[in-house]
Structures are given as C-alpha cells and as structure tokens.
Design a protein around this ligand. Sequence first.
Ligand SMILES: Nc1ncnc2c1ncn2[C@@H]1O[C@H](COP(=O)(O)OP(=O)(O)OP(=O)(O)O)[C@@H](O)[C@H]1O
Ligand SMILES: [Mg+2]
Length: 304
Amino acid sequence: MIIEVKGLRKRFGKFEALKDVTFSLPRGSTAGFLGPNGSGKTTTIKVLVGLLRRDAGEVRVLGMDPWEQEVEVRSSLGVLHEVPIYPIKVTVKTLLKYLAKLRGYGMEEVERVAKLTGITGYLDKRVEALSRGYLQRLGLAQALLGDPEVLLLDEPTANLDPLARLEILKLIKLLKRELGVTILISSHILPELKEVCDYAIFIGGGVTLDWGPLDELAKRYGVISSYEVRARRSRELARHLISLDYVRGVELAREGVIVKVDGRMREELINELEKLRQAYGITGLNHHGSELGDMYERVLKAKV
Ligand SMILES: Nc1ncnc2c1ncn2[C@@H]1O[C@H](COP(=O)(O)OP(=O)(O)OP(=O)(O)O)[C@@H](O)[C@H]1O
Ligand SMILES: [Mg+2]
C-alpha cells in the first residue's frame, strides 16, 4: 500500500473536520476522492503532505509519516493544492526553475513538465498574467516536477474549459499507463472521474464511508459496471451476450466488446465468458468503468 490512513482525526478549534478517515491506496491505482463540500477531502490531503498535523490516527505515505518525515515525503510526492499560492510577479519559467531546483532538477525538467501540461508558450509570462485555467496547468506542471511516484490532485480540472479538461484527463491516463504513477484525485465531476479512476474513496462529514477498487464497490452497491472483453469473434460474442437477461448493454469495441452488467452479476458474467472462451476466441477481461454517480448516491445513502 502506497498510502495508508487509519482512524485519522483533525480538529480546527472546537470543530472536528476529520473524525475517522481510514483508507488505503495500492500502488499504481488512480483513486477518486469523493465527497460533498466540506467533507474533509482537502484537509486529508493536507495531512498527507505534512502541511497539517493530525490529532490522532496513523498516516503512512510510502511507508513514512508525513509529519515526522515531511522533507522525504514531499520529495516523492507531487501535489496540486486546491488554492495554490504562488509569487505573482515572477515569470512561469522563473517559478518552475526555482521549484525544479529545490528538487534537484534543471531547465530540462521545466521544459518537460511545461510540454506535458501545454504551457510551453507561457513560460515567459508573469504568473499574475495567467488565466485561471493556465494557473491550474501551472499547478499541475509543478506537481509533475521530478516525476513523482505519487500525485495528490485536489480538484485538478476545476476552472478548465472543456478542451483543457480533456487534455488533463488524457495526461492523467498517460501518467498512470506509461509511468505507473499512483494518483489521488478529488473532484466533484463524476463522469470525468469515471474515465480515469479504478479506485474510489468516499468521504462524508469527516468519515470515510467506503473505499476500494471500483469493480468491488460496484458489486457491493449493485451499480452498473462495464467490462471490456477481448475476443476474436466479437460480433458473434456481442450477439450472444445481448441475449443474456442480466446484460444491460453491449457495444463493439476495437478488440472485442464492452458489456454492461449490474456489479452483482460480475461472477455470472465471468463464468459465462469462461464457457464461451473457445467458441468466440476470448482472450481477456478488464473492468472498464462503473457508474460513479449512482455509486456516490448509494454509498452516501447507505452510510449517512
Ligand atoms: N483552517 C481551518 N479552520 C477551520 N475550519 C476549517 C479549516 N480548514 C477546513 N475547515 C473546515 O473543515 C471542514 C472540511 O473542509 P475541507 O476543506 O477539508 O473540505 P472539502 O471536502 O475539501 O470540501 P470542498 O469539496 O468544498 O473542497 C469544513 O467544514 C471546513 O470549513
Ligand atoms: Mg476541498
């Protein structure tokens, strides 16, 4: 587990913002951190990076305590804060160069992250001249400096226009696929999270309500999940699958079919595919996505 949190509590004066935050995040996962406004997401992230001291509980990031070993934890984490604070009079390049240097990197690294986040053309602009969307990209660029193993992104697509949003999601997918980065993303935009996440952590009122791999959660809460079945005879397979009463939909994909079922029917589907393996040349099965919106409602309803 790359992040482990157990019984985390945090109060601000008399107000207890975190009452019992408990979850773990396996290496290489992309997790959605989901919960209503004020539920404790940002506070949890601040504890994870060692910016806030917890009152109780255990927190381990890459096996380290972020409060005791702040410097070590920070150097292996990339963080995009909800409300980043940057010096505004300097240029983007100066700022990134400075932040890169703190991590032991030079201009090449600045150019790499600028390219990844699409701000190469903005390097000579002053930070105060950036639009909110470009500030957000700058935030992502600094988080990526040094190619960290873990990224904590607090609402990474807030303020972005639809195209920029797609680009950032593409970037997140790339980081996950090519570099195996572990990513925690808080966001309120559930449809877009569905595209990138394979794991979810639900929080409400400072308490984590449930967490785990999306397909397990889909099973637990009976929400629709889609699976990608790779098969040589995909048309014939699609025709067969659509005739099953528990199958909610079938689409042809590039190398097979996407099949939608209630998460509770996962085992049935797997057994059925096993029987069909020879006949349709089935070579693999992947969880493709779950209806996060439905899941969100059900988790909150079940636990609050
Ligand atoms: N420095 C602080 N002093 C007092 N209360 C705080 C402080 N920081 C956060 N809180 C309170 O703690 C609770 C959790 O806040 P937090 O920012 O973690 O929520 P969030 O889940 O990130 O919400 P959002 O989705 O709106 O970003 C809120 O009620 C908030 O008002
Ligand atoms: Mg927040």
